[in-house]
Design a protein around this ligand. Structure first.
Ligand SMILES: Nc1ncnc2c1ncn2[C@@H]1O[C@H](COP(=O)(O)OP(=O)(O)O)[C@@H](O)[C@H]1O
Ligand SMILES: [Mg+2]
Length: 329
């Protein structure tokens, strides 16, 4: 598969603001290791899912790839080119080709902008239309591509007049109008009713099939990841602990953390299991990352070695990567 995005040892550390007294006494500034050495490849037209609990660094990874937050280390290649080497013009083109869709369409949409101006704005900012007729045509097409019918009847509506699902489709239309090749979809259906989730997910998969768009699909819900993605990467405290084909990761998970996540996926026979029953221990804190394997304080299978040495992230089986000492023996 041709590479679309290649991420190499990406790192985003945030300095936590501390009080005057603390800096007076020369205490070290604490650092949030939001993303702490993440590497993966995303192919053209591939759907790669980044899954893991809240706070594991998924959103920050997505934003750092798009340069919406500045990485503190590592490299991001887009179609083989280092995104940090971009000049202004190339960065502008990259910002058109690479889009982000957020969880909450209420937040990402301006309530005072009509449907038309919401979708037309990126065209205007980038000076992409020669006439009003052309602009209207492109806006209408983007709305149709996002699954909104009778687009011209929606032109003068406001976001609050739309349903939740329609609003998320509007946000998707705003991304599609620039003809992207890469979309970071950050929990795109988490705020939506169960009944309309499937439609939005199907739309995203269809767009991949029709337009060859590659996705980094971010979710805390592994059952969604299984449904839509080609491959799944599992993140824990700023690191990828496992990556492989969706089927292998769900059916033959290698890492104890993945096994814990998989075991709470509802199945027809086993509808609800509380998360707490499986993942014990303190909630992970990216300021105080545990030594050794960072999952060891919560790992049901931890051995003494797991407290001491950082496990190597390696290809355990063809195309299936994981970082766990238990796989070494
Ligand atoms: N701008 C920021 N400043 C400081 N800490 C941040 C910032 N953004 C995110 N974080 C912290 O980084 C960690 C990862 O956050 P995030 O990427 O949002 O995780 P996820 O999307 O997996 O829930 C969290 O502990 C979060 O509080
Ligand atoms: Mg997030």
């Amino acid at each position: 598969m041709q590479s679309l995005v290649s991420v190499d040892q990406l790192e985003v550390h945030f300095a936590v603001r501390t009080g005057f007294m603390q800096s007076m006494f020369g205490k070290e500034t604490p650092v949030v290791r939001a993303v702490d050495g993440v590497s993966f490849e995303l192919g053209k037209g591939e759907i790669l899912c980044l899954a893991g609990e809240s706070g594991s660094g998924k959103t920050t990874t997505g934003k750092a790839i798009l340069r919406l937050v500045e990485p503190t280390g590592g490299k991001v290649l887009y179609e083989g080119e280092d995104v940090r080497s971009y000049n202004r013009l190339r960065l502008r083109a990259f910002r058109q080709e690479a889009q982000i869709i957020f969880q909450d369409p209420y937040e990402s949409l301006n309530p005072r902008q009509t449907v038309f101006s919401t979708v037309a704005e990126p065209l205007e900012v980038n000076n992409l239309c020669r006439s009003l007729a052309e602009k209207e045509e492109r806006v209408a097409q983007a709305l149709v591509d996002a699954g909104l019918h009778n687009p011209r009847e929606l032109f003068l509506r406001y976001p609050h007049e739309l349903s939740g699902g329609q609003r998320q489709r509007l946000a998707i239309a705003g991304a599609l109008v620039l003809d992207p090749k890469f979309i970071v979809a950050d929990e795109p259906v988490s705020m939506l009713d169960l009944s309309i989730r499937a439609g939005i997910l199907k739309l995203m998969v269809d767009l991949r099939d029709k337009k060859g768009i590659g996705y980094l699909f971010i979710t805390h819900d592994l059952s969604l990841a299984w449904l839509v993605s080609d491959r799944i990467a599992i993140m824990y405290l700023g690191k990828i602990v496992e990556l492989g084909s969706a089927d292998k990761v769900i059916k033959e998970p290698l890492h104890p953390y993945t096994r814990a996540l998989v075991s709470v996926i509802p199945t027809p026979r086993r509808k609800v299991i509380t998360q707490q029953s499986l993942l014990k221990g303190e909630t992970p804190d990216p300021v105080n990352v545990p030594a050794g394997c960072r999952f060891h304080p919560r790992c049901p299978e931890a051995k003494p070695r797991c407290r001491e040495a950082v496990p190597l992230y390696r290809e355990v089986r063809p195309g299936h990567f994981a970082a766990c000492h238990l796989l070494d023996s």
